[in-house]
Ligand binder design. Structure first.
Ligand code: NAD
Length: 380
């Protein structure tokens, strides 16, 4: 069957990638979606059970660092688009094991870029109709000051639709022109990969787009990250370890809204541009924990305040950035994208999903799923 487009999505078995794959497979039946994923501890094909049999979906287990393999896949699937999400993504792991982050995030991105460049140049049509879309994080920008830290009650959020941008925590935001200033090995590796992607445009004329997004939340996130970890711990009456005093502020976006933004930008974004993606939705970590407790206790039928005593303050993360806040008005203004969900609604959906999908959590946490993948697809 001839497809209108052939798109390689890397990291499609991960948290955000699986939502992007699901959206593209179901919304564009005339596109072939090739999910290229190494299936590390964070990759889980169970995230894609509902689309795995679709005729326009292909899964390939491969390591993006393997240049020969990436070149082969570009040719085999005649890829005209790459949406690159594969990465090592957990800051705490990057502090313990920075080399793995440099390998996958920097060298892996470079291998993929070079494979795309060589293949696209060999097609003899120039770069027409091609796009390398690189997904990155707001953490590359470093940290913002908390200039208004006291005495403001939730919801803390900024106004998306009015075009104005306010925050309960400070006057500054990350814009697309904010200077990079990464502080963790994770953000340093992502910053480096962003620079490589832009350099491929400036040097070879390759059509690229980079987006930098704030913290995502929603179903299918590996339970080492704050929201799924804490929901699971509340359910199992385990401690909720909060770094420092829980004062750090992050902007949160529902993962399906990120996937919609990626769809919009992939189709209508301007080549060589950067777009920031955010939820206009800043929260202190400790306030997120309280919302999670309140929501989970209610859904579990526990009395109000039942899980408050699970909060345990632990030593702060090394180099912990105080505040991230994203200004995504360019994306709103130029491409008309806005977050669709209010935070309360998104959190309710998310807590409910994790509580109702215990088998998913147990399989991924116990490594049972990894064993199944190794049998089905060969060891990494
Ligand atoms: P994730 O850790 O859930 O998933 C990463 C996926 O990449 C996994 O499926 C894993 O198997 C795969 N992978 C890792 N190394 C690979 C390799 N060498 N070759 C092929 N596949 C490999 O990550 P996520 O949270 O879904 O993040 C996806 C992307 O979005 C990352 O690039 C991340 O930097 C970026 N991002 C994440 C967030 C967030 O809040 N999670 C926010 C902004 C940007």
């Amino acid at each position: 069957m001839d497809f209108k487009r052939n798109i390689i999505i890397t990291g499609g078995a991960g948290f955000i990638g699986s939502h992007v794959v699901r959206l593209f497979v179901s919304k564009y039946p005339d596109y072939r979606i090739v999910n290229v994923d190494k299936l590390t501890y964070a990759g889980n094909l169970e995230n894609l059970r509902d689309v795995e049999r679709e005729p326009n979906y292909v899964f390939v287990r491969a390591d993006i660092c393997d240049y020969e393999r990436m070149s082969h896949l570009m040719r085999e699937y005649r890829a005209d688009g790459v949406i690159h999400l594969a990465a090592e993504s957990h800051v705490d792991r990057s502090i313990r094991d920075p080399f793995t982050f440099a390998r996958t995030n920097v060298l892996g991105t470079l291998a993929l870029l070079e494979a795309a460049r060589v293949y696209w140049e060999s097609c003899g049509e120039g770069y027409d109709g091609k796009l390398f879309y690189h997904i990155s994080t707001d953490e590359v920008y470093g940290a913002l000051e908390m200039t208004r830290p006291q005495g403001i009650e939730p919801p803390f959020s900024t106004s998306a639709s009015s075009g104005e941008h306010h925050s309960a925590y400070g006057e500054e935001f990350f814009s697309e022109t904010t200077r990079y200033n990464p502080h963790s090995p994770y953000s340093a590796s992502k910053a480096s990969s962003d620079h490589f992607v832009r350099a491929y445009h400036d040097t070879y004329g390759m059509p690229v787009i980079v987006t930098n997004c704030s913290n995502n939340y929603g179903p299918y996130q590996f339970p080492e990250k704050l929201i799924p970890l804490f929901i699971n711990n509340i359910r199992n009456r385990k401690p909720l370890p909060v770094y420092g005093k829980g004062e750090n502020v992050r902007d949160w976006l529902y993962v399906e809204d990120h996937a919609r933004a990626i769809d919009t930008i992939f189709h209508r974004g301007k080549v060589a541009e950067t777009y920031n993606i955010g939820g206009f939705n800043e929260w202190k970590n400790i306030d997120i924990v309280r919302v999670l407790i309140r929501t989970a206790d209610r859904l579990l039928g526990n009395p109000e305040g039942y899980s408050d005593d699970l909060i345990t303050y632990v030593s702060d993360r090394k180099g912990h950035d105080l505040r991230y806040a994203i200004d995504s008005r360019k994306l709103q203004r130029e491409l008309g994208w806005e977050p669709s969900l209010q935070f309360e609604e998104g959190i309710e959906k998310t807590v409910r999903w994790y509580l109702e999908n215990q088998a998913w959590l147990e399989n991924i946490s116990s490594g049972k799923y990894q064993k199944y993948c190794d049998n089905a697809y060969g060891k990494r």
